[in-house]
Design a protein around this ligand. Sequence first.
Ligand SMILES: [Zn+2]
Length: 199
Amino acid sequence: MALGTATVAYELRFDAGRICLDLLATTHPEERFDSVEVLGAWIVGAGLVPSGTPLTHVDPSWLVGFRELRGHIGQLVRSGLAPTALRPSYDIALARVNELARVAPPAPRAVRGEDGALVRELVGPPGCEELLGAIARDAVELLTDPVARAGLRQCEGDNCPIVYVDSSRGRRRRWCSSEVCGNRERVARHRRRAALARV
Ligand SMILES: [Zn+2]
């Protein structure tokens, strides 16, 4: 699998503030995990592995695992945002995330780089379960941290499902991204004003 300039075209986003929330964002605006190349780019972009880590062993079964974990985390996070009667599937999702979190993330090590400075790399090629473990642990930490949990927000943009942690001062962040949904809102507001002015 070659990661190159094509990676940029995927427009993957990593601005939700947590790896487990960046994972949820991969369904928007369409399914991103439909090829191992994109999944590999996401794994690197999310910081799950140091850049340059060989991911030639990623196969389509990984897509299934990542999507499954994403579904479970999505259920747990969204239940927290809009508390309703918890459905039985909530407990199933919780049990599954806890189970995946038992696997330790890939072990890192520091090695001397070409210029003598230490660089981080993994001890061996990361396994799918190890990476799912790292994301599941992030979800467990987020969902059990009252401060972080209180900062969970869903973007106010029209039909935007992205959930982020608002760590801004005064907690006034309203959008997943001011360039994307924030800008769309500003344009819509401008159009409404222009329309009113014509009446
Ligand atoms: Zn948004």
